[in-house]
Structures are given as C-alpha cells and as structure tokens.
Ligand binder design. Structure first.
Ligand SMILES: [Zn+2]
Length: 62
C-alpha cells in the first residue's frame, strides 16, 4: 500500500523565474542575487535596480 505523496514542492517554473531573474549577460543559467532594492550578478557584476513598490513610490517631490 502506498500512501498519497504530498507534494512538498508546489513551486512552478513560472514562480521560480519570477523570484529570481536570470542574468541577461551570462544567460538563463546564472541568476541574479536578490537585494533590497536591486539585483546583482555575482558572475559578471551586472546589476539592475528593482522597480519600487507603488505604495512607497508615492512620494511628492519638492
Ligand atoms: Zn552575469
């Protein structure tokens, strides 16, 4: 008798790509390190700034 195996990993490929973006220079094999406000590649040094959340970005200049 085999019990029903509970899927421990319910993460789909789409979700994985969303959390970790791949480096545009190194290719899809290399992922960018997640930072508070930006992502950086530890391989080639590529870095890109994250888009700030709409709630926090609502600040009037001046
Ligand atoms: Zn890279």
């Amino acid at each position: 008798m085999s019990k029903a195996r509970v899927g421990m990993y319910a993460v789909k490929g789409e979700t994985l790509e969303r959390t970790h973006r791949s480096c545009p220079k190194c290719g899809p094999g290399t992922f960018l390190a997640e930072h508070a406000d930006r992502r950086s590649c530890g391989r080639c040094g590529y870095s890109e700034s994250k888009t700030p959340p709409p709630s926090k970005a609502k600040a009037a200049k001046g």
